[in-house]
Design a protein around this ligand. Sequence first.
Ligand code: ATP
Length: 237
Amino acid sequence: MYGILRKISEYGGTDAVSVRKQFAVIGIGRFGSAIAKTITQLGFEVLAIDQDEETVQEVSSYVTHAVQADSTDEDAMRALGLRNFDVVVVAIGEDIQASILTTIILKEMGIPKIVVKAVNDLHGKVLNKIGADKVIYPERDMGQRVAHHLISSNIIDYIELSADYSIVEIKVSKMMVDRSLRQLDMRAKYGCNVIAIKQNEQLIIPPSAEMPLRAEDVLVIVGKNESLKNFEITFSE
Ligand code: ATP
């Protein structure tokens, strides 16, 4: 039913006609509702699905469509025309069985991109095995970010790229002020690469090796987790 809502957006004139992606979010808890709300605010259509009627009432005030349904009911999912959606997010947490069954149903329907929240490693492993395109661990990832921030208050953000590599956004510490990237020689000393420098609200990519760093600058650094850890400890304040 909602598949036909796929619309051709004409922003930018007739030459720039583009098809807008359609999103569905299943399980409107704290995580699911934040996703649904943000996608809507970014100007996309979102179908929110939850088995709880009150939750559906609440979410209907800020998303394009909200429907009460049990996502483990294959017929109900087909009736909603979910197969026409580009991205479906499964944000069911506690009921791991429902999360897995829902993912299998979506996979069989041929959804191009299925993103699923996992509550633990085992849950995540199962989701990967049954073909989830992306498995996310919101609590674990946020815990890691907060921990890095606690170790060094200079760390603004920390994103794990893989089991071995991460990106860290770090404020220039006192030890770095007035020194250039060449002088700091991070690649040789710590095995880390500065990929950008944020100055005021501007991103400098690639960063200049000679420019002296300022106290208010922010470095975006990529590296092996072990290397980043050594770097963080050396420059923590
Ligand atoms: P959060 O931490 O994001 O608040 P959570 O991890 O505690 O969520 P739950 O509260 O278990 O996860 O589930 C999130 C939502 O998913 C709830 O609103 C619940 O009603 C809904 N939900 C659970 N199972 C199903 C299902 N089979 N079909 C549709 N919605 C479901």
